[in-house]
Write a protein that binds this ligand. Structure first.
Ligand code: FAD
Length: 632
């Protein structure tokens, strides 16, 4: 179905903003402007409008996720890549990965990456949050964070996953569950994990142990549809709130500041690429930047907030010299070992005709293979616990119960984000991931156009430590494959004739025969992002030169400006970050409401309390991508 073509409506910026150049008093105002209606932005929009006291404008560059059919079907998420709802980024050449430029997808629609991701729900190990607090970020330890995970979650119990057996909450808006579909090979992976010393566990969200072999839990609803933060937090009822306005298809180009440059007062945005026409809208209280780990540093720098030297290079007038903007980026690097399976995998779902019955089953019953989040199982373990006595420890050894390596089991051939067209054969991909990298990357500006992608340099595997972890992950994946009951379910030999992603490893062979040098060539060829960039607007004390926001997520040195998204993480979580991003947004909403109460709590926006129409006509979903709209 062509996205949005049945819903040609378009929400006009003139309904909620003023043309640039308007006189001060005539500029439209909201209490809060949320830039980016993504994973975090959708949560904030809901929470800040709940009591009806404040007006909120959300500005999102993409359109609604509701009409993105590949977003709604869990197993179809790779079909979103490199299309209109993807920012479709590419990294700088990576010297430690054969100088490859690597594809980085990011969700460009309501719900952001939560509308595109693999839906794994994991709160991750408490020690990471305790570490954030130990760095001086008061209130970010696990004891303070756990209630925010619980606030957002509505766990859907099932016969084999009853509520009383698991560590979940039931009253929030965001639906989570045990994997909606379990492929035959998934149980074999968990059994083999147990056999190699990574014990089988039921609930990966038990804060007492984050190590083990487990079925992954996912943000899929009871009808087998993805439950993005947009679906969860921007429901029809929420969208109908009179104090919430959502503008889509608009790129925020700049944050606006007061004349003394000490306070953020609004934003400027554009609707179409190439047009000089700009709109402005003012925030009487705060601008909340929720544009994610790549676009947040870009937007801050384009607005004059960032490293002075870098801004000077681009002749951007300085608002605040914050050297940490765009620095400190951590990502999880993943590599792949693909085995052909003897049992049925999800591979047939890639085939237009063979997938027919599964499509029917999904549409009619919300069940079957298409409800799988593809990454159905995983082993989480410590290198320290599995390494032999002769192997030195990694530089950073997490505490017992906290993992530093993960191996995902995906019941499909998942080489190169599935972009390489490979012979359709039932497959499983074992995907080792280093969860605790010591390498740090950067986001810098290529130029001053808000339409240009920034320069993305994850600087993968710059340290010997990280390279050793990747090799160990690969070796453990191969050991896993050679262990029953997985061994009996797969063919041990590979046969890679075509994939671009395997320049150094083509032809036939057996993984078990590969020596360290060959394995290194393999992980350097097959590795790709696990899509988890974080830390580019790090939270920390003002004495920390790399810190961009304080523990209340306020940008250091500027009033009325906060960052609320994955970029604020001081260190990367040892697992999958979307649940942490949602908890961050929940906590941010509470802090914003606390602060407004302290300041008197009176709404100052012109729209507040007025009879302004709701920002969204839900009946026709004008937030869907309009037919004639060129992709921005
Ligand atoms: C393919 C993929 C698979 C993943 N799998 C998982 C998984 O299984 N489990 C997990 O926990 N995590 C996963 N992640 C990571 C996780 O989804 C992200 O870390 C998290 O969702 C990021 O949330 P965010 O709010 O920081 O940013 P986003 O969700 O990216 O939100 C940013 C929003 O801002 C908008 N925006 C950006 N710039 C502008 C601008 N200038 N003007 C207006 N709007 C703008 C964007 O369009 C987007 O909607 C995955 C990510 C991807 C891409």
């Amino acid at each position: 179905m062509p996205n949005g073509s049945f819903w040609p409506g378009e929400y006009k910026p003139s309904a909620y903003a003023s043309p640039a150049g308007s006189k001060g008093e005539s500029v439209r105002k909201y209490d809060y402007i949320i830039v980016g209606g993504g994973t975090a932005g959708a949560v904030l929009a809901n929470r800040l409008t709940a009591d009806g006291k404040h007006t909120v404008l959300v500005l999102e560059a993409g359109y609604s996720d509701s009409r993105q059919v590949f977003s709604r079907i869990p197993a179809a998420f790779p079909f979103l890549f490199q299309k209109d709802a993807d920012w479709f980024y590419e990294t700088e050449p990576q010297p430690n990965l054969n100088n490859r430029r690597m594809f980085w997808p990011r969700g460009k629609m309501l719900g952001g990456c939560s509308s595109m991701n693999a839906m794994i729900y994991q709160r991750c190990s408490p020690d990471t949050y305790n570490d954030w607090a130990a760095q001086g970020n008061e209130g970010w330890d696990w004891a303070h964070m756990q209630p925010y995970f619980e606030k957002s979650e509505r766990f859907l119990p099932s016969a084999d996953f009853p509520t009383d057996k698991v560590h979940h909450a039931g009253n929030g808006p965001w639906k989570t569950r045990a994997a909606a579909f379990t492929s035959p090979v998934t149980r074999a992976i968990i059994g083999a994990g147990d056999a190699i010393g990574v014990p089988k566990i039921d609930d990966l969200n038990n804060p007492n142990t984050q190590v083990g072999s487990a079925r992954l839990q996912s943000t899929v609803d009871e009808n087998g549809r993805r439950h993005s933060t947009s679906q969860a937090f921007l429901t029809k009822d929420v969208r109908r709130r009179k104090n919430l306005t959502i503008g889509v298809g608009v790129l925020t180009t700049k944050i606006l500041f007061s004349d003394d440059r000490k306070r953020a007062i609004g934003v400027e945005f554009a609707q179409k690429k190439g047009t000089a026409k700009r709109y402005v809208v003012h925030a009487t209280k705060e601008v909340l930047v929720c544009t994610g780990s790549i676009n947040t540093p870009q937007l801050l720098m384009l607005s004059g907030v960032g490293p002075a030297a870098e801004l000077a290079t681009h002749k951007i007038p300085l608002v605040a010299d914050l050297p940490g903007v765009g620095q400190n980026m951590a990502d999880h690097l993943a590599c792949s070992a693909v085995y052909y399976t003897k049992c049925k995998s999800l591979e047939h779902l890639k085939h237009e005709i063979k997938s027919g019955p599964a499509v029917l089953q999904w549409v009619l019953a919300g069940k079957g293979g298409l409800t799988s989040n593809v990454a159905e199982s995983a082993l989480f373990f410590r290198h320290e616990d599995l390494k032999g006595p002769e192997e030195p420890s990694l530089d950073v050894v997490p505490p017992p119960g906290a993992p530093d390596i993960e191996i995902i089991g995906a019941s499909v051939n998942y080489i190169n984000h599935t972009l390489d067209k490979l012979p359709a054969r039932d497959s499983v991909t074992l995907i080792p991931i280093h969860l605790d990298p010591t390498s740090r990357g950067t986001i810098t500006l290529k130029d001053t156009s808000p339409w240009s992608a920034p320069r993305i340099d994850p600087n993968y595997c710059a340290t010997e430590n990280d390279r050793r972890a990747m090799l160990f992950g690969m070796k453990t994946a191969i050991k896993l494959a050679a262990t029953e009951p997985l061994k009996g379910q797969i063919h041990m030999s590979f046969d890679f004739k075509k994939p671009k992603a395997l320049a150094h490893l083509r032809g036939k062979g057996e993984f078990a025969d590969l020596d360290d040098a060959a394995l290194e060539a393999l992980w350097k060829d097959t590795s790709s992002t696990l899509y988890h960039p974080t830390g580019t607007a790090k939270m920390g004390l003002s004495s920390d030169a790399r810190a961009v926001v304080d523990a209340r997520l306020r940008v250091h040195g500027i009033a009325g400006l906060r960052v609320v998204d994955a970029s604020i993480m001081p260190t990367i979580v040892r697992g999958h970050p979307q649940a942490a991003v949602v908890a961050i947004a929940e906590k941010a909403a509470d802090m914003i409401m606390e602060d407004v109460k302290l300041s008197g709590g009176v709404s100052r926006s012109s729209a507040s309390g007025s009879q302004e129409e709701p920002g969204l006509e839900v009946a026709g979903d004008p937030l869907a991508l309009p037919k004639a709209e060129p992709a921005a």
